[in-house]
Ligand binder design. Structure first.
Ligand code: WTA
Length: 648
């Protein structure tokens, strides 16, 4: 066994912040960054209090941070409302008439909501929630496409202190059911459908399927998006537009404790059950506010476009809350990047004169494959800053993004963070930190990141190890919803007092971080985390499957691809048809993103004498090009197993 994680990527190119960018930026030099970073580490309370004071508090906090590892309280005693900070705060200036949300639907329909309009809609919808007896602390599932109503619903929950849990629109009925059960949600907010690659995703039907058996849900509010025929369950389902008839727009923001829960977002861990990551109000707000301000150096006149779906954490922090907390204009796009043609993003950039674009490496690799001609057709000169998130970006994709999209003039911020961290933690600041393609560079203010070996000792330059964070930060997760023990065990037990990210990384001689990827059994497919065991449980729930092992293999487009090794029950025939059926089965249980790229049938799964599946062996097999002619024949790993066991 290697005790360290190897990292072979050596990239020497350095890109300094362009002078004119640096001159106008809030943080203008490496020296200034280092000064502020030192202050944020040496005097965190002072640093964060200064950031927090730029926001609206209804009662002052008593203590900036209280740390009883692994439980943190930020701005304890303080009272505030996040929707007030995202909306009402901007209504006293000319900002009230600027666009808060610019939205484009996949079919090409468009809407603009000014801060004043958004405030009006949020207040009305918050009153709809109240009318349905939804109040402080109640959990609400939001299962919507990336449409303004998603932001409205989130902000309306925040306004009354309800806890939202957004479920990605690509997830299936089973995923919704699990999340309802785990969170004990009382309501679901959904739409009749959403558009994806020209087709309608039947969101409401998925909700109906999820609610077939008794659950905690008492009401379903349905937004009419596509107009397709929709079953409405008497006494449970109501139309969004119908409900608005009964309410007015007067809804004062609820006074909430700084540690009041804001949202639960489910994410994959290394065991089968998704983890409900819990974020709270005050620290999260300060975190998204200041990362948005410094990392994107966002300005009042900017159009900021984060292409993430609202169902992921990036959509929470940098489509909705971060931009709005800063009074910025956020652009939302509902659909696929290649609909109706592969230049949809560039059309949008040109038409709205987007200034800051934040997207994922997997999308960038797709654009490269689709060809430069799609980019060349459009004027992208409005762009001034680019960002990436979700997975390591390969240097060549970085260079392409820099040249072809950024015209060589835009800095790129490669931002490392997680659902758990709530905000960006390792990142360049665009006017201050020179970038190296493929590196997320240096820690953000207040972030004490380190790379350690198995024993927890910090490793030297260019030695791989585990990435940990050595002290709390404002937007950190507070717990796993309903499972404190799992929270402790998963994140804080390996190196007590330190947060375990689950990522491997190295630091170079300049202290720059290079993230290698996940070290636990979690795959990163097209920037989305998928637990291998979740996919395995989905496979085993099929009547023909006896056992399954899922591993990742390198994939040029998606970062990682999903390979499933499956043993069938006696009498079940391995056929092509069954492979397809199993892929669809996973699609139906989790969602299309989790569908295995390849299903391989095996006589038996390779196991050690103690009965552990030999994942490393399977990974090697999955990455190898050795696929025998007839791929439906059962593979026999017994020889390989014997070989491997004599090695270990
Ligand atoms: C990976 C998404 C390298 C990493 C915000 C992390 C990255 C996981 C980067 C979190 C990056 C995210 N460079 N890897 N810039 N950003 N990752 O929870 O493995 O969906 O642990 O949050 O994505 O994924 P999650």
């Amino acid at each position: 066994m290697h005790s360290n994680i190897e990292s072979h990527l050596i990239e020497k190119r350095v890109f300094r912040p362009p002078k004119d960018f640096a001159k106008k930026a809030r943080i203008k030099s490496l020296d200034q960054y280092r000064r502020m970073y030192r202050e944020s580490i040496n005097r965190p309370a002072k640093f964060w209090a200064r950031e927090a004071r730029e926001l609206v508090w209804r009662a002052p906090w008593k203590k900036v941070v209280e740390w009883k590892a692994p439980f943190a309280k930020w701005f304890g005693g303080g009272k505030l409302n996040l929707s007030e900070n995202c909306l009402d705060r901007h209504l006293t200036s000319a900002r009230r008439n600027k666009a808060a949300i610019l939205w484009e639907g996949e079919p090409g329909d468009k809407r603009t909501l000014t801060y004043q309009q958004l405030h009006h809609e949020v207040c009305r919808f918050a009153n709809v929630l109240k009318r349905h007896k939804i109040g402080k602390g109640d959990r609400v599932i939001i299962y919507l496409p990336t449409i303004p109503e998603a932001a409205i619903a989130m902000l309306a929950c925040a306004r009354i202190g309800a806890v939202h849990s957004v479920v990605f629109g690509g997830f299936s009925a089973d995923s919704i059911r699990d999340r309802i059960a785990d969170s004990g949600a009382v309501a679901v907010i959904t739409a009749d459908g959403g558009y994806r690659r020209g087709a309608i995703v039947p969101l409401k039907k998925n909700v109906d399927d999820a609610l077939r058996e008794k659950t905690s849900v008492k009401c379903v509010i349905v937004f009419r998006r596509t107009g397709n025929e929709t079953h409405m369950e008497e006494g449970r389902d109501v139309w969004w537009h119908g409900e608005l008839e009964y309410v007015d727009a007067n809804c004062p923001p609820a006074l909430l404790d700084s540690e009041h829960p804001l949202y639960i977002l489910y994410t994959s861990g290394s065991t089968g059950k998704p983890k409900g990551i819990l974020h709270t109000t005050g620290g999260y707000l300060v975190g998204i506010y200041s990362t948005m301000k410094y990392v994107f150096d966002v300005r009042d006149e900017d159009i900021f476009w984060c292409t993430a779906d609202v169902g992921w954490v990036t959509g929470h922090s940098y489509v909705v809350y971060g931009p709005l907390a800063n009074g910025a204009t956020t652009l939302m796009y509902e659909g696929a990047p290649n609909w109706p043609e592969p230049d949809r993003f560039w059309k949008i950039v040109q038409e709205y004169r987007v200034n800051i674009l934040y997207t994922a490496p997997t999308a960038i690799r797709a654009f490269i494959r689709w060809g430069d001609q799609w980019v060349a057709k459009h004027d992208l000169s409005s762009l001034r800053l680019l960002g990436t998130v979700g997975e390591p970006i390969n240097p060549e994709a970085w260079i392409w993004y820099h040249k072809k999209i950024g015209g060589g003039r835009c800095p790129i911020v490669d931002t490392w963070w997680q659902t758990e961290t709530g905000t960006i933690l390792i990142t360049p600041l665009p006017g201050a930190i020179p970038t190296k393609p493929g590196s997320a560079t240096l820690p953000f203010f207040g972030v004490d990141a380190a790379i350690v070996d198995e024993k927890g000792s910090e490793v030297g330059a260019n030695v791989g190890g585990k990435l940990i964070i050595r002290r709390p930060w404002p937007a950190m997760l507070r717990t796993i919803y309903g499972d404190k023990e799992r929270y402790k065990k998963q994140y804080w037990s390996e190196f007590p007092g330190n947060y375990l990210t689950g990522d491997g990384a190295r630091r170079d001689e300049d202290g720059y971080f290079w993230i290698v990827g996940r070290i636990d059994d979690v795959l990163n497919v097209a920037g989305h985390r998928l637990g291998t065991s979740e996919i395995e449980s989905a496979l085993v729930s099929h009547a023909g499957v006896a056992e399954a092992a899922v591993v990742g293999r390198p994939d040029e487009m998606k970062g990682q691809g999903v390979v499933a090794f499956v043993t069938l029950k006696g009498g079940v025939k391995p056929t092509f048809g069954l492979k397809e059926e199993l892929r669809n089965h996973v699609g139906a249980h989790i969602g299309a993103i989790a569908k295995p790229d390849e299903v391989r049938f095996a006589e038996a799964l390779p196991k050690t004498r103690s009965g552990k599946i030999m994942r490393r062996l399977l990974k090697e097999i999955a990455s190898g090009a050795t696929v025998t002619g007839d791929t439906t024949t059962l593979e026999d790993f017994s020889v390989l197993t014997t070989l491997r066991e004599s090695e270990e």
